[in-house]
Design a protein around this ligand. Structure first.
Ligand code: PRX
Length: 651
């Protein structure tokens, strides 16, 4: 990793303590740190006790077979009952769970009673199709209430959902269906995006045609455009709408699988991150309650994440529902039909808590202050950030322009693998610094290590590790325990290695420094260099490809690909755009390289490993660094000369 970056990080002297008014009403109080520090497991038991358990656990944590944790062992509960039924039973059936806003302007309010009815009907529908506890169900949906209903219906019957982001290609969807051997796909005809219907059904058709495990496809009618129909297809409204409105839920073991969510690793093959029931819901509810200071009777909470990502799972669905929050769910993009859409929604719904990603914040910054300033944002009382490093400038803009200088900002660090927030300020407790995630939450043990695994302290940087198991930790990679151990637990003995660099400043506050492996973070989305490389080389004109993440003002990182074409093949004049589109169809439009450079050679070590560090130097227009370990010392000159002579192409 780049030690210079760590040492050169300038000191941030601005500090923002919570206002006394915020601090006095906050859910999380300072004593929590001492309480969790004194008895971590007792602390987690107290958090778990906030949920409704059918059978209590006998063992809070079984860590006798690391890295395979069992939390709340012996306990039984139903996630959907915790997220829906118990609130209705407690008299909150009329409370809105979701204010839904469709991109075209259609709206729906779904109360907890509505949600109970729809989840029960959907659970009955799934059972009528023969879906059983433990079966995998792929969910490929736009951001509409039925996506949450589908997830909850799976959870209710103990089926394992695998939500695949609606922007993924047929190829990517099929690979995920195949890996999990999904028996059912829940989808929609399409969704609304950027003012147009976005087709999902034809992508599902293509994926399912090559996926023999899938028996049925349940299709929500959202856009109403014409879609092809196969003998596996069933309209959601026909099947779900005809079901009984009640469903008796059964409790499942705390360690029963709840969902798989695929994420990019350092190889071409995405990993199915497995989460289970009791520990996941415990930590998601705990963090949502304390980090977002949620007050179920008065707050209007908006997490802008799509359910296709972990943030959408934990903080658009399970966390808010477990805490009986009222959430806003918005289907579309921030600039449709105009660039003030989000702020219009904040004003309309009097949103009090907003949780979004730095890439969105930087985009709004670019569009200008006047847009948010023309709306009434005075309802906001807390702001959150997630998914990538928030640079101090964007943090300050978020605080002043969006938060009116009165809202605490929680910069929350976590991962698909951690399931829930791990490192974050507590909004009524922590005096925050712009750009710092501050420190681990009560109950969480993190450290920063050097290469040898020695813990470093104030003023030093290294690798971010988690030193104790936590309730919402991944339980493995679907079907691949060896890869689970090798990826996360083999770098440092007994420590979970997150893949991120981090440092403590002189005051002991923690700063994330980005990935130290071959994983890129583009607009808060995780993409692996290897996955994009294998997409590129799957094109008949490409001999070899190397992909790097180059820093990008707007998206955090941008994808830059170096491609060697097969000699003698006429790649055509539009090879760069052809390859960009090829990557989009192999993976997703979000994986399209920002830039493709056609080169004759790639810099490699003697063992054949591509030296991405040197390619990053070129991609970021820097002088090329140390080349002494190159197998062929002339390669970088050749690449630079080729680029100067115009053999590169930028799109
Ligand atoms: O590099 C870190 C970055 O996002 C990675 C996890 O990506 P994913 O599993 O897609 O989950 C994103 C949403 C939780 C991390 O390894 N990351 C996430 N949050 C932050 C962050 N980097 C800096 N600051 C954050 N707050």
């Amino acid at each position: 990793m780049d030690h210079d970056t760590i040492e050169n990080l300038s000191h941030e002297s601005r500090v923002f303590p919570p206002s006394p008014q915020f601090a006095s009403q906050a859910n999380a109080q300072p004593e929590m740190y001492a309480e969790a520090g004194a008895d971590r497991l007792a602390f987690w038991e107290k958090q778990a006790a906030e949920l409704q358990w059918e059978t209590p656990w006998h063992t809070v944590l079984d860590w006798t077979n690391p890295p395979f944790a069992r939390w709340f062992d012996g306990g039984k509960l139903n996630v959907a009952v915790n997220c829906v039924d118990r609130h209705v039973a407690a008299g909150h059936g009329d409370q809105v769970a979701y204010h839904f806003e469709g991109e075209p302007g259609d709206t729906r309010d779904i109360t907890y009673a509505d949600l109970l009815r729809e989840v029960s009907q959907a659970a009955n529908a799934l059972e009528s199709l023969g879906v059983k506890a433990g079966d995998r169900v792929a969910v490929y949906m736009p951001l509409i209430p039925e996506a949450a209903v589908a997830m909850l219906a799976c959870a209710r019957i103990g089926a394992v959902h695998s939500v695949v982001f609606g922007g993924y290609s047929a190829h990517a969807l099929r690979a995920r269906i195949e890996d999990a051997q999904a028996v059912l796909v829940i989808t929609a005809d399409g969704g609304h995006r950027k003012g147009k219907p976005m087709d999902l059904k034809s992508i599902v058709d293509e994926a399912v045609a090559a996926s023999p495990s899938v028996k049925d496809v349940l299709v929500v009618k959202r856009t109403g455009h014409d879609v092809a129909w196969t003998d596996k297809d069933i309209w959601w409204h026909d099947l779900v709408g005809a079901q009984p409105e009640t469903h008796e839920a059964q409790a499942f073991d705390a360690e029963h699988p709840l969902f798989i969510l695929y994420t990019s690793g350092t190889t071409g093959q995405p990993k199915g991150i497995l989460h289970t029931t009791g520990g996941y819901l415990t930590q998601v509810a705990y963090t949502h309650r304390n980090v977002f200071d949620i007050k179920p009777d008065t707050d209007i909470y908006w997490c802008t994440a799509d359910v296709g990502w972990i943030t959408g799972h934990s903080y658009s669905v399970y966390g808010p529902l477990a805490n009986r929050a009222t959430s806003l769910m918005y289907e579309g993009t921030p600039d449709t039909p105009h660039t003030g859409r989000w702020w219009e929604l904040v004003e309309k719904h009097r949103v009090t808590i907003l949780y979004t990603a730095p890439t969105a914040i930087r985009t709004f910054m670019k569009w200008g202050d006047a847009i948010p300033q023309s709306f009434d944002l005075s309802s906001l009382r807390l702001l959150g950030s997630v998914g990538e490093i928030i640079n101090p400038e964007a943090w300050m803009w978020y605080r002043t322009v969006i938060g009116g200088d009165r809202c605490p900002i929680v910069d929350t660090w976590w991962q698909t693998e951690t399931g829930a927030i791990m490192i974050s300020p507590l909004p009524g407790v922590t005096a925050t610094r712009p750009g710092s995630a501050m420190g681990p939450l009560p109950g969480i043990s993190a450290a920063i290590c050097d290469e040898e695994g020695n813990v470093v302290h104030e003023g030093h940087g290294g690798y971010l590790v988690l030193t104790e198991p936590w309730p919402s930790m991944l339980r493995g990679i679907w079907g691949d325990n060896d890869r689970y151990i090798a990826t996360y637990w083999a770098h440092f003995a007994h420590l979970y290695f997150a893949g991120d660099g981090a440092k403590y400043d002189d005051d002991g506050d923690l700063w994330l420094l980005g990935r130290v492996d071959d994983v890129m973070n583009v607009s808060g989305h995780r993409l692996s260099t290897a996955e994009i490389e294998s997409a590129l080389v799957s094109h008949p004109s490409v001999a070899e490809a190397a992909v790097v993440g180059a820093s990008d003002e707007l998206t955090g990182q941008g994808i830059v690909a170096f491609v060697i074409l097969i000699s003698g093949v006429d790649a055509g004049d539009h090879i760069v755009s052809t390859l960009r589109n090829h990557v989009a169809s192999e993976i997703s439009a979000i994986a399209k390289p920002r830039q493709i450079l056609i080169v004759q050679e790639l810099p490699k070590t003697r063992s054949g490993k591509i030296m991405r560090r040197l390619l990053r130097d070129i991609a970021e227009n820097r002088a090329v660094g140390d080349t002494t370990t190159l197998a062929d010392a002339n390669v970088m000159d050749l690449i630079s000369a080729g680029l100067a002579a115009g053999t590169s192409t930028e799109d």
